[in-house]
Design a binder for this molecule. Sequence first.
Ligand SMILES: C[S@@+](CC[C@H](N)C(=O)[O-])C[C@H]1O[C@@H](n2cnc3c(N)ncnc32)[C@H](O)[C@@H]1O
Length: 195
Amino acid sequence: MQNMPLIDHFGLIAPYYDRVIRLQSKEKLIALAGVSNGGRLLDAGGGTGRVSQTLRELMDAIVIMDESMGMLRQAKNKGGLETVCSKTELLPFESQTFDYVILVDALHHVTNQQQTISELWRVLKSGGRMVIEEPDIQKPSVKLIALFEKLALMRSHFLSSREIVALFDKYPSARIHVEQEGFNIWVVAEKQPSI
Ligand SMILES: C[S@@+](CC[C@H](N)C(=O)[O-])C[C@H]1O[C@@H](n2cnc3c(N)ncnc32)[C@H](O)[C@@H]1O
């Protein structure tokens, strides 16, 4: 696969990932995504399925898409989650396939952030919602994580909420909502149906 990271950091830590990175709360994500009953959800850069495994009973289908086979193997072992190995910058899905798209703790890791948003926006259905959760780079502890990831030769590039919102500038149908709580920010983009 093209543009794979120099070191497969996530492949190395995949077996331990869920034990080290604990999910704080799924309720916030459910509320922001407006998940009710059913629909198809794409968990982009979804890794081990740590987050979306908690949404299984709410959805008709969940697709975990990630570039790391090691992370996807963990997701597959959980059952009830489809897995697709791909880069977020070029998705193997038809346009308007998903009712919900989530991108949790992954935007700062991807190779091309604008291209990632373009692809996620393309596969989101009209009337659907995308939720991006990122560590808040304004917080000193997150700045330390960013430094650590640089030293570990990860290709991380953290954006402020304002910069994430700007990635949607070319989509007039995007209705954007931003939240901040603790060390996280959420950018929610609703794809308004065209009249
Ligand atoms: C910090 S992990 C987060 C995983 C998951 N979203 C979670 O919150 O548990 C970031 C994930 O993004 C994936 N990733 C990074 N860049 C990617 C890209 N360009 N395309 C697809 N996946 C990518 C990594 O392989 C990794 O699994």
